[in-house]
Design a protein. Structure first.
Length: 404
């Protein structure tokens, strides 16, 4: 059974509604209360920016908020309003609810891709992985080797959609997911519309890194910051949704670091982190061998060739995983185990044995090299050269002794 099939079965078995209710969203109680009160009091900002890390619930919250506004619901359970309107949210097909998200050309859409071309896949993601990340979305579209974006064609579609009257005579809501993927041309085209939208039009921008959104747009939005989910919230959700025993749910909740999407992946044993860990351990073992035997540099070259075959989004996510892994190792080295959530699954690789090689004298340079590699991949540099250079530099750094 595939992950997708297993997820669908889990949802059906639990009879979880595929529409977004405030009561279904994990944690974030203060933000739910704020959004409900602002809507009840008629203080709905025309442009809002939801900022939060992966797996904290920004997208489900945006959809629940849109449902509250469009259906004129009356309470925190998001019920009591227009029944017909609420039914349309069962499959995210309300005509006054619009979505925009990063896309790229595929075998199905070879040129000028926009969100409307991929609505069936988008609704599948919302139904199966409402806490999913950009990597999950690209895998669903099979564009892992491309870098999706929200381009000027998308901006033109947004302008056209919002220029029409609302279907039900009330509000129109435009949710732009991963808004940091808007390119400059799209951002400039939408700037005036976001600043002065048509009457009863609400923009909800969702981002993980608000720093990548141009200042002129960010300054025109009311910003809500979403924290990571508490371990107890994730633990209780895992027990309820997956029938896990409490010790297992507690362990997974700790390893997820406030990310419910990662917690679900760990339940399915389908987390990309497991593959990333195998790549990371292979790199580190190659680095240790190369330091003792110069001929072992061929292992690093082979590793770089294999990494170059993966998609660019996969490469970027792997490098972010490496950054996190090195930081976790340093925390363990400096005896702060309560902040360590990484638990390596690779045979004969123990974090406590690796941790002494990561310390204050090399961590900054290690992070700088990894961030530089991410920057070069984003700009379509030669992947084989980038990973070869990175592997050699990291080999030097991990053998740098503290205090030297």
């Amino acid at each position: 059974m595939t992950k997708s099939e297993f997820q669908q079965l889990a949802y059906l078995n639990k009879k979880v509604s595929l529409s977004m209710l405030f009561s279904e969203i994990l944690g974030q109680e203060h933000l739910k209360s704020h959004l409900v009160k602002s809507a009840d009091n008629g203080r709905i900002s025309h442009a809002q920016l939801f900022v939060g890390p992966e797996g904290c619930g920004t997208l489900p919250m945006a959809i629940a908020y849109a449902r509250y506004i469009l259906c004129r619901n009356k309470n925190k359970e998001n019920e009591g309003g227009n029944e017909s309107c609420n039914l349309k949210f069962k499959n995210f097909s309300h005509p006054d609810l619009h979505f925009a998200f990063p896309v790229a050309a595929t075998d199905k859409v070879k040129s000028h891709p926009v969100s409307n071309h991929f609505m069936a896949e988008w609704r599948q993601l919302l139904a199966e992985q409402p806490y999913g990340n950009l990597f999950d979305w690209y895998k669903l579209l099979d564009i892992e080797n491309k870098q999706g974006q929200i381009g000027v064609d998308e901006a033109q579609d947004i302008v056209k959609a919002l220029s029409l009257k609302s279907y039900e005579g009330g509000y129109k809501v435009m949710i732009i997911w991963m808004a940091e993927k808007m390119n400059i041309a799209a951002s400039n085209k939408l700037l005036k519309l976001i600043e002065e939208p048509p009457n009863k039009t609400v923009f909800i921008l969702i981002a993980e890194d608000e720093g990548q959104i141009i200042n002129t747009i960010r300054s025109r939005c009311q910003v809500l910051h979403f924290p990571r989910l508490a371990e107890s919230v994730i633990r209780d959700a895992l027990i309820k949704n997956f029938d896990l025993d409490e010790p297992t749910a507690t362990t997974i909740a700790h390893q997820s670091d406030g990310n419910y999407n990662k917690a679900c992946d760990l339940v399915y044993r389908d987390s990309e982190d497991l593959e990333f860990e195998a790549w990371f351990v292979s790199l580190m073992r190659g680095a240790f061998k190369a330091q003792r035997d110069k001929s072992a540099i061929h292992n690093l070259l082979k590793w770089s060739e294999e990494m170059a075959k993966t998609g660019r989004e996969t490469q970027k996510k792997f490098l972010l995983f490496c950054l996190d892994f090195f930081r976790q190792a340093m925390l363990l080295n400096y005896e702060v185990p309560q902040l360590v959530y990484v638990a390596p699954k690779t045979e004969n690789f123990k974090l406590e044995n690796f941790a002494p090689y990561v310390h204050g004298d090399n961590i900054l340079q290690i992070c700088e090299e990894l961030q530089s590699a991410i920057y070069e991949i984003e700009r379509n540099g030669n992947s084989k050269i980038i990973f070869t250079d990175l592997s050699i530099k990291l080999t030097r750094q991990i053998y740098l002794k503290e205090g030297s």
